[in-house]
Design a protein around this ligand. Structure first.
Ligand SMILES: Cc1cc2nc3c(=O)[nH]c(=O)nc-3n(C[C@H](O)[C@H](O)[C@H](O)COP(=O)(O)OP(=O)(O)OC[C@H]3O[C@@H](n4cnc5c(N)ncnc54)[C@H](O)[C@@H]3O)c2cc1C
Length: 245
């Protein structure tokens, strides 16, 4: 049984997975297609990229970051989620996928813009607006069903990548809290930041010395230089109703 199954490997789901995996939760991301961000032509309002970034490249890099953090991935569309035992939600959930084996997880984060049909069996509470359904969540991303959360656009967050990423992280922190993981903040700090004041390094934090800081910086720069050295040979996905002929 996975600690967390995240439905949707787009911006919010990948962001959530980085946090849950780094907190030590066994995290599986199930993705049934591509992020809606693949339709973008140039991502220019995501902080950290002064002249923008290719949106597909951005998603690839976030996916790589999630994998590096320890998240695992499965391709497939989730079709239904049910409680293992309706009288005891602590027993977790079973996720049915199109053509794949059922997946069991203690917690489920729905990050699957624009599909939430698979949550209907759980009665989490959905809000219909036009043809779209949003999942009703509290301020931390929890639904009415303990152990089930929603993140990003499907949780009715504004339709912007940075908001989806931030919300994914925030919802992951709620799931980490509910899982009773010993956790303070996910921070990497210089050696002595806590211990130099006679404090233990809090759970979730890491102190690194200057050699290690330089090693990590070098690795990060090399990877980014390599990743950005060539343009991506992929075009934006067009809206399905645009006639390209
Ligand atoms: C044309 C266009 C241009 C945009 N440009 C910008 C921009 O310039 N700047 C900006 O900030 N934002 C932009 N956005 C918005 C941004 O893409 C979204 O707000 C953001 O991607 C939402 O993140 P999300 O994780 O909620 O959804 P997504 O990133 O779409 O991720 C959802 C994932 O869930 C998967 N999924 C869905 N249903 C299932 C299921 N049943 N089982 C398994 N997986 C499932 C999907 O395949 C997808 O990978 C743009 C959007 C569009 C459409």
């Amino acid at each position: 049984m996975k600690d967390v199954c995240i439905v949707g490997g787009g911006v919010s789901g990948l962001s959530a997975s980085i946090y849950t995996a780094r907190a030590g939760l066994n995290t599986l991301v199930v993705d049934g297609g591509e992020s809606i961000l693949a339709r973008n032509a140039s991502l220019e309002n995501y902080p950290g990229f002064p002249d923008g970034v290719d949106a597909r490249r951005f998603v690839q890099l976030v996916r790589e970051q999630a994998r590096n953090a320890g998240a695992t991935f499965e391709l497939g569309r989730v079709t239904a989620v049910e409680a293992v035992d309706e009288t005891d939600l602590e027993a977790g959930f079973v996720l049915e996928t199109e053509g794949g084996d059922p997946i069991e997880a203690r917690r489920v984060i729905a990050a699957s813009w624009s599909d939430s049909e698979y949550l209907v069996p759980l009665d989490v509470g959905r809000i219909q607006r036009g043809s779209k359904h949003f999942v009703d969540v509290d301020e931390a991303g929890r639904t009415a069903v303990d152990g089930v959360y929603a993140a990003g656009r499907v949780a009715n967050e504004p339709h912007q990548a940075i908001v989806a990423a931030g919300h994914g992280a925030k919802v992951a922190l709620a799931a980490i809290h509910d899982a009773d993981v010993n956790f303070y903040h996910d921070w990497v700090v210089p050696e002595g930041y806590f211990t130099g004041r006679g404090r233990e390094v809090p759970p979730g934090c890491e102190e690194i010395d200057d050699d290690e800081r330089r090693r990590r910086d070098e690795r990060a720069r090399e990877r980014l230089l390599e990743a950005l050295s060539e343009p991506l040979d992929e075009r934006p996905t067009m809206h399905p109703s645009v006639d390209l002929d």
